[in-house]
Design a protein around this ligand. Structure first.
Ligand SMILES: C[S@@+](CC[C@H](N)C(=O)[O-])C[C@H]1O[C@@H](n2cnc3c(N)ncnc32)[C@H](O)[C@@H]1O
Length: 224
């Protein structure tokens, strides 16, 4: 049986739960309440795609303004940075301060230390609050704060996937902006919710790892 060393625990604000960081022989995992695997440095194909795919639709990637929420293990952030130019600015919003510290420390090597990139700015807090405070500010917003529309980490995140939350995110976009959402599980109604907010939607299935096995869902939604 694989040996995992428990490195650290972080409390999830606004809930009774925890995120727990573990190190294996060649990889790291973060588990919800020490049990359910939420992220792994071994499987990040769909997290990479969440950063890459919407950036490839940007009309001006060289100087784009991007928001990623949340940081997790930094793969979505790293993939977005890889697609944009030297004048771009990428804000990453992360609710849990320890997650930022883990990425500056033991976790950083797995994603190539994207927090050290001079184009990266960290927003310590709820991405929902940043969205509510932002008007026509971002060319691309990629949201992966939970397991998807049926979140598990904190119920407060349900709002982000509601009509109100989608419209707030849409309002934070510049003209011709792109909204991207990630989900571990399929959701038949979420694409329709995006359409009800007047967005053109592509639903894309992406393998969690490599070219076989479990697939995750990414919605790319654009203003008309
Ligand atoms: C599934 S992980 C993101 C994985 C990430 N895409 C990656 O590349 O590794 C979700 C992250 O969002 C953070 N988070 C949860 N709710 C949040 C919120 N409301 N605002 C900002 N970050 C949040 C969690 O602490 C966690 O780090």
């Amino acid at each position: 049986m694989k040996q995992w060393d428990h490195l650290a625990t972080a409390l999830i604000p606004g809930s009774a739960g925890t995120l727990d960081l573990y190190r294996g022989k060649d990889d790291f995992t973060i588990r919800l309440n020490g049990r359910y695997e939420l992220m792994s440095t071994r499987k990040h194909g769909s997290e990479d795609a969440l950063g890459r795919l919407p950036c490839r639709r940007l009309s001006q990637p060289a100087s784009a303004r991007i928001l990623i929420g949340g940081l997790g293990m930094g793969f979505t952030l790293a993939a977005a940075l890889n697609e944009v130019g030297p004048e771009a600015q990428v804000t990453v919003a992360e609710l849990i301060p320890e997650v930022v510290a883990w990425n500056r420390g033991p976790l950083g090597n797995a994603s190539g230390y994207p927090l050290q990139d001079p184009r990266t700015q960290v927003y310590d807090g709820d991405v929902g609050e940043l969205l509510r405070a932002s008007q026509h500010r971002f060319d691309m917003i990629a949201l992966d704060v939970d397991n998807g529309p049926e979140g598990m980490t904190t119920r407060a995140n349900d709002w982000l996937y509601s009509l109100k939350g989608i419209n707030t995110a849409r309002n934070a976009l510049r003209p011709k902006g792109i909204l991207a959402y990630w989900s571990a599980t399929p959701d038949r109604t979420f694409g329709q919710q995006l359409q009800r907010c007047g967005l053109m939607v592509d639903e894309i299935k992406v393998h969690a790892h490599g070219k076989k096995g479990a697939r995750h869902t990414i919605w790319l939604a654009e203003t008309r």
